[in-house]
Write a new protein. Structure first.
Length: 442
């Protein structure tokens, strides 16, 4: 079972200026870490307060203009505006208040400031999302052209119930219901607004709380727990998605992760340790014969050794291979939980696990929209291998090649995003000793 995530919509709600108590009520239970990160981010604060002021200006345009014109007031002295937020913007270097200004000029200024600062929030969103689509929610093209902001005002006021929480965004309003209900709905509408489609459900689905609670119960019922990974039959990025979306306090009870690896698997396994809060042992298994892998035998021996010599009594097995049923039945006093992939695991082994009351679940159900840090590290490492002869390659073909070599599943659109963000922006740098090197934009 899976549920839709709310990390993206929580971020959007914050940036467009939705009231804090509404954000907490709607999103805190599912993504408290996201809210904490947003509250600590200066760039997010700037866009949030500018967006709030712009929405208020749309709603109170004539009242604001009359107060400025007839009562010589300004935004920081007119009641509907949050004066404390204006002060916070000033502390952040945003000089908003101008003498002898009118509503129209402020609308242009605020829109310009949002356009100038919105790219500072790109780090709040995963690399797989089309940042241009997010940016377009805040930026108004040709806003200085006469009549453009008036059209936006009329569109907003006449369709205000179709805007999320009645806060202004730049979009084509329609009756979609709550577009910030969850990430899946938001992504579908966002891409649809740009005549595009989004169909990677793993980017907005996560395992159900019941699944996670069963894993927590297993961890808490053991004395010493280890994760054993058959790297030939597991995906490193999906495994990282599992670890990233379980509670850190529960994961701290796990003694170690043991990777049983073969020389023919992806280099991504080499990068798991720096990104894991759990100690990692990486056991690379050599082949006696090129066509014969010994990973399953080595893993069986390693689990038995941990049980008998190291007093590990509970094992979480990451594998879809039915051969490990022999291992499970050989250690009747050990506890096992099995995590598999849908495409690699047959029904027979699932039936055997069920009949013996051994809990199992799929790593495919876990959210993978927040694992960009590991993917970037692996892709950058692979990309750097081509630097000595990079001029021999077409940039887009090179983007496809590094994804293929690292076995990172990505759509053509995601590959194009990687190409535009990291390969097209490669630059040549020179150190103090005069040595040149190619640098990837951070």
């Amino acid at each position: 079972m899976t549920v839709d995530t709310k990390e993206l919509v929580c971020t959007i709600a914050y940036l467009i200026g939705v009231k804090k108590h509404i954000i907490i009520n709607c999103f805190e239970q599912e993504c408290p870490d996201v809210i904490e990160r947003l509250l600590a981010d200066n760039n997010a604060m700037i866009i949030r307060y500018l967006s709030k002021i712009r929405t208020t200006l749309f709603l109170k345009f004539k009242h604001t203009d009359d107060e400025m014109r007839y009562n010589l007031k300004n935004l920081n002295t007119i009641e509907p505006y949050d004066h404390e937020n204006i002060k916070k913007l000033e502390k952040a270097g945003i000089s908003l208040i101008k003498p002898n200004y009118r509503s129209e000029l402020y609308m242009l200024d605020i829109t310009r400031l949002i356009i100038e600062h919105i790219d500072g929030c790109s780090h709040l969103f995963p690399g797989w999302i089309n940042w241009a689509y997010i940016r377009d929610l805040f930026s108004v093209p040709k806003y200085t052209k006469p009549g453009v902001m008036k059209q936006e005002f009329e569109k907003f006021i006449s369709n205000i119930l179709y805007y999320p929480f009645q806060m202004y965004i730049h979009w084509k309003p329609a009756d979609y219901g709550s577009i910030l209900y969850n990430d899946g709905k938001f992504l579908n509408i966002l891409y649809q607004q740009h005549n595009d489609t989004f169909d990677d459900f793993s980017k907005h689905k996560d395992a159900h709380s019941e699944t996670k609670n069963n894993i927590y119960d297993f961890i808490n019922s053991g004395n010493r727990i280890a994760i054993a990974v058959d790297c030939e039959n597991s995906d490193v990025f999906k495994l990282y998605g599992v670890l990233k979306n379980l509670k850190s306090q529960e994961l701290q009870k796990i003694d170690k992760i043991v990777l049983y690896d073969d020389c023919h698997t992806t280099s991504g396994w080499d990068w798991l340790e720096p990104f894991s809060s759990i100690p990692v042992e990486h056991i690379e298994v050599e082949r006696v014969q090129n066509h014969k892998s010994l990973v399953d035998i080595k893993m069986t021996a390693g689990v038995c050794k941990d049980f008998y010599e190291n007093c590990i009594d509970s094992f979480i097995l990451f594998s879809s291979d039915s051969d490990f049923w022999g291992l499970i039945t050989s250690l009747p006093k050990a506890s096992f939980l099995v995590m598999y992939e849908y495409s690699k695991c047959g029904q027979a082994i699932k039936d055997a696990l069920s009949e013996n009351d051994i809990y199992y679940c799929s790593i495919d159900d876990f959210y993978t929209g927040n694992i960009d840090d590991l993917k970037r590290a692996v892709l950058f490492s692979e990309l750097e291998k081509y630097f000595p002869r990079i001029t021999e390659f077409n940039g887009l073909e090179l983007a496809r090649l590094v994804h293929e070599n690292t076995r990172i599943t990505a759509s053509e659109k995601e590959i194009e995003i990687f190409y535009n963000k990291y390969i097209r922006t490669l630059r040549l740098a020179c150190d103090y000793d005069g040595n040149f090197k190619i640098v990837i934009a951070s």
